[in-house]
Write a protein that binds this ligand. Structure first.
Ligand SMILES: Cc1cc2nc3c(=O)[nH]c(=O)nc-3n(C[C@H](O)[C@H](O)[C@H](O)COP(=O)(O)OP(=O)(O)OC[C@H]3O[C@@H](n4cnc5c(N)ncnc54)[C@H](O)[C@@H]3O)c2cc1C
Length: 382
């Protein structure tokens, strides 16, 4: 968040920041947690989520009735900044916190909210997002997983892919076709699918950096009670679009992470490069610093806009393009300056390198964001 926003931060939020900073200093697991993509590592992250919840730091802006902290967007923004600043462990509840939970609050029935939301926050149930399919990623409206309503039960057949945390998930927030094949965005429905039930096969998918955070999920005659439908029958597209707007919402932790990346790189340059090379690198680092300031300011403006009730819309595409471009370029600059040694398999830099590429894909690829900008800001013909 920009310095400008900090000046305007109300005293209650400043106090919240002080308390949180002290709590994180006292409670963050010393030495971090084991790799989240292993069985033990995932369990350790689940335990950490419960610690956060017990301390009142999970779902900062969720209503108290749903197990949250009852705070506002600024509390949420302060939390994201401080958590990143303290280098807190990766949040396995991130999809639930950012977009699955808020969508359930908007479209779920009171019974569904009561059944799922608190357990989501405490990581007692792990949820994944079941949108992408082998032939439907950017073209989400082309998805083919079918669900047929037979009495009070949907029978689901199909395949989902690139399911983050799929291997450890209990539930999937799935978008499926209930209308005519080829009906595009008409005839889609959202279902909560129990991934521990019969007919579900979850197969881990290896990622470029060697971990297995993804899974593909095969659904064969899976029976889903109709009371696990989220929103109306054939009305899933509106639910999915709301979910994606939450997914692409502002993340005040993002600029903090980029700043840490830039500071680490600048530190390495100063410590390890000969003076002639430092001078050459300084220009690139200066440009990156200017881009970082723009990114921070834009994120702060988006939080302020949301605070005032502005819809996110095309702004989120701009910030996604900008932020993921900056992260990718910083990582590339690091490998240019220090050579491939920096990318030895298994090092944090190696994992970071691949993560910086993933940012250009998930939640809508860079090309898709550019199409949105071309269409909605520039008014170019499609
Ligand atoms: C780290 C990570 C986590 C993910 N987690 C999940 C998850 O939990 N659940 C889930 O459902 N999905 C998840 N995804 C999948 C993600 O949403 C898709 O990868 C993404 O939407 C792109 O779809 P695709 O991979 O099928 O690529 P495609 O849509 O096949 O695209 C291939 C290439 O063509 C380009 N392209 C496609 N259409 C156009 C167009 N109209 N104009 C210009 N270029 C175009 C794309 O930009 C891309 O470069 C995740 C992806 C990543 C990388």
């Amino acid at each position: 968040m920009s310095a400008g926003m900090r000046v305007a931060m109300p005293p209650a939020h400043q106090e919240f920041r002080r308390r949180l900073r002290a709590w994180l200093a006292d409670n963050l697991p010393a030495g971090g947690l084991p790799d989240v993509d292993t069985d033990d590592g995932f369990r350790a992250h689940q335990a950490w989520e419960r610690t956060l919840h017990d301390a009142g730091y999970a779902g900062i802006s969720w209503p108290v009735a749903h197990g949250g902290g009852g705070g506002d967007l600024l509390h949420e923004a302060v939390f994201a900044e401080e958590y990143e600043r303290a280098r807190g462990p990766v949040r396995i509840t991130r999809p639930s916190l950012r977009f699955l939970g808020p969508t359930l609050m908007r479209f779920g029935s009171p019974a569904q909210q009561q059944r799922w939301l608190v357990r989501m926050l405490r990581a007692e149930d792990i949820w994944s997002q079941g949108f992408s399919e082998p032939e439907a990623g950017s073209d989400l409206a082309g998805l083919r997983t079918r669900a047929e309503l037979r009495g009070e039960v949907y029978v689901v057949d199909g395949q989902k892919t690139w399911t983050t945390h799929g291997r450890f998930s209990d539930w999937m927030f799935a978008l499926v076709r209930t209308g005519a094949p080829g009906g595009r965005h008409r005839g889609l429905t959202c279902l909560a699918i129990d991934l521990r039930g019969p007919g579900v096969t979850v197969r881990p998918v290896g990622q470029a950096h060697g971990r297995t955070g993804f899974a593909e999920v095969f659904l064969t005659g899976v029976e889903v009670p109709a009371d696990q439908r989220i929103g109306g029958h054939d009305e899933g597209w509106a639910v999915a679009m709301t979910l994606l707007s939450f997914e692409r919402g502002p993340d005040t932790g993002g600029p903090v992470r980029s700043r840490q990346r830039l500071a680490a790189l600048a530190g390495d340059v100063a410590a390890d490069l000969p003076p002639a090379q430092v001078a050459a690198a300084a220009g690139e680092l200066g440009t990156a610093a200017a881009r970082l300031y723009a990114y921070r300011a834009h994120t702060a403006r988006r939080v302020a806009g949301q605070w005032e009730g502005e819809p996110g819309g095309v702004e989120s595409s701009v910030v996604k393009l900008y932020s993921t471009g900056l992260d990718r370029d910083l990582v590339e600059l690091g490998s240019e300056l220090f050579g491939d040694l920096r990318l030895a398999e298994g090092t944090p830099e190696y994992v970071d390198f691949w993560h910086s590429r993933a940012g250009r894909i998930y939640g809508g690829t860079a090309e898709i964001q550019r199409n949105i900008v071309a269409d909605r800001i520039l008014g170019l013909p499609r």
